[in-house]
Ligand binder design. Structure first.
Ligand code: SAH
Length: 464
């Protein structure tokens, strides 16, 4: 097999990112946009010794799981990977991916997995779930002003102002901004030349409050005729905050640090469950609030709190889980590396009248062991204990020092929330070898149409 070869392949499996996998004479091909069950014609783009990457050229026989994508740019856009797969099949794929990782990497017997894993939590309406969108602004080949998304792995803008994962009002907002830019001759930012003004438009929508935030990320300190623009945008029902983010750096980072309010207030408000959040342009906030409620609701259920417990929320971000837990616990400690996130967490605790949560800024792998050692020094003969520890680490999972300290603190329960079931499986394996057993687990589909899946598991202490 060599580059540019055209082959006919039956897609027999799904790769970790949702791509189709098939074999030709024992040679494995990974084919983006091909759906399990399809028979396709594909062109080999990159040939390795035992496997290669091919481009889907023609569908010869569509799979029973193939559906028409709702979005016309689903294939070009880097945002969605599996819109052509029926939602039911997407859920099965994600559930299986989690189970496979737990058995293969975690070494957990299949019977145990089948026994404990609850059905995957999917969405009733798997579109328009995102409360946040960041649209780059630029010009297309014909020089026309466009808003859209980057194609996979490049910075070419695929025009699209109505992403089917986002809210409908995005399009209206972008139209107003593009018309205004056209009218006043305001240039979009050109990455190569490092010239032009408007780089990105960030839009956030509070699903429970209907409040809207628009933030224009600009390569400059002033937006000409800003009042005309804000007056137009201000007419949109629910508009609450219009800001500008100054980003004059030559960088891939979207947001600039300085935020200037142009109209209304500097933040919007939203709720997850009963907890209220103030969200600024720079705040981290989960993008799928419906599934966040379900994921953290499950984490809370797994924590099994009665009101007196000491609980840790490690990798706590803006404290979403901590504040959820605090409603049912005696005391909650949160640990997070990003100082601004901790500021948000503290403010969110305050506006909700939550006084039993305390937050530490720092690396979890340093804060947790230090807390443990200091406690022993200050309380001779005693050890820092926790009743429940919740972790929600980034993709790389927990550092060894975090796992080791957790095992020393001997919580009755460890609730592990994960965005990468491969590292989850690795850490579950370690915990099973160090006094814990996997007791419950559930995958939650936070990002329909993409290859990502979140998982939450409960591990209970076996030794006393
Ligand atoms: N539960 C949080 C989100 C967790 S995402 C919420 O809902 O807001 C993982 C978090 O871990 C991020 O906020 C990231 O900033 C933080 N993080 C990454 N590495 C870390 C480390 N070594 N120590 C502590 N926090 C870390």
């Amino acid at each position: 097999m060599k580059k540019n070869d055209l082959v006919t392949v039956t897609i027999e499996d799904i790769g970790v990112n949702g791509e189709g996998i098939g074999k030709v004479d024992g040679y494995t091909l990974f084919i983006k946009d091909a759906v399990i069950g399809d028979v396709v014609e594909a062109k080999l783009m990159k040939a390795k010794k035992n496997y290669g990457y091919a481009r889907l050229m023609r569908i010869m026989k569509p799979s029973e799981y193939r559906v028409e994508p709702k979005c016309v740019v689903a294939r070009q856009c880097g945002g969605c990977q599996i819109q052509a797969m029926s939602y039911e099949r997407q859920l099965e794929f994600k559930n299986q991916k989690v189970k496979n990782n737990l058995t293969r990497i975690g070494g957990i017997p299949e019977e145990l997995i089948d026994q404990i894993m609850e059905p995957i939590c999917g969405m009733e309406e798997p579109y328009r779930y995102r409360n946040k969108a960041q649209f780059p602004i630029g010009r297309d080949k014909n020089g026309k002003l466009v808003a859209g998304f980057y194609a996979g792995r490049t910075h070419q803008i695929i025009p699209c102002s109505d992403c089917v994962l986002g809210v409908e009002v995005n399009q209206k907002i972008l139209d107003i901004i593009l018309v205004y830019m056209e009218k006043y001759g305001i240039e979009p930012y050109d990455e190569e030349q490092h010239k032009g003004l408007v780089r990105h438009v960030l839009i956030r929508y509070g699903f429970t409050t209907d409040e809207i935030m628009v933030c224009l990320v600009v390569n400059g300190r002033k937006i000409p005729h800003a009042e005309t623009l804000t007056k137009e945008l201000g007419k949109i029902s629910g508009m609450t905050s219009i800001t500008m983010s100054v980003n004059m750096e030559k960088t891939n980072v979207i947001m600039g640090k300085e935020i200037v309010t142009l109209w209304g207030q500097s933040y919007i408000t939203d709720y997850i469950g009963d907890v209220k959040y103030q969200i600024s342009p720079l705040s981290f906030y989960q993008v799928n609030p419906v599934q966040t409620r379900n994921l953290y609701g499950t984490a809370l259920e797994y924590a099994g709190l009665h009101g007196e417990e000491t609980v840790w929320d490690v990798y706590c971000g803006i404290g979403t889980i901590s504040l959820f837990l605090a409603q049912k616990a005696g005391w909650v400690y949160g640990v997070e590396i990003v100082p601004q996130a901790i500021e948000d967490a503290k403010r969110n605790a305050e506006i909700n009248g939550i006084h039993n949560a305390e937050f530490y800024v720092g690396k979890a792998e340093e804060v947790l062991p230090e807390f443990y050692e200091n406690y022993a020094k200050e309380n001779p003969g005693r050890q820092a204990r926790a009743d429940v520890i919740v972790v929600d680490p980034p993709r790389k999972g927990c550092e060894k020092a975090v796992l080791e300290t957790m095992a020393r603190m001997k919580p009755r329960r460890i609730v592990y929330v994960s965005c990468d079931s491969a590292t989850l499986a690795r850490d579950v394996k370690w915990l099973r070898e160090n006094g814990y057993e996997l007791e419950r687990g559930k995958a939650v589909d936070m990002f329909p149409m993409t290859g990502h899946v979140e998982t939450v598991v409960l591990m209970s202490r076996v030794e006393k």
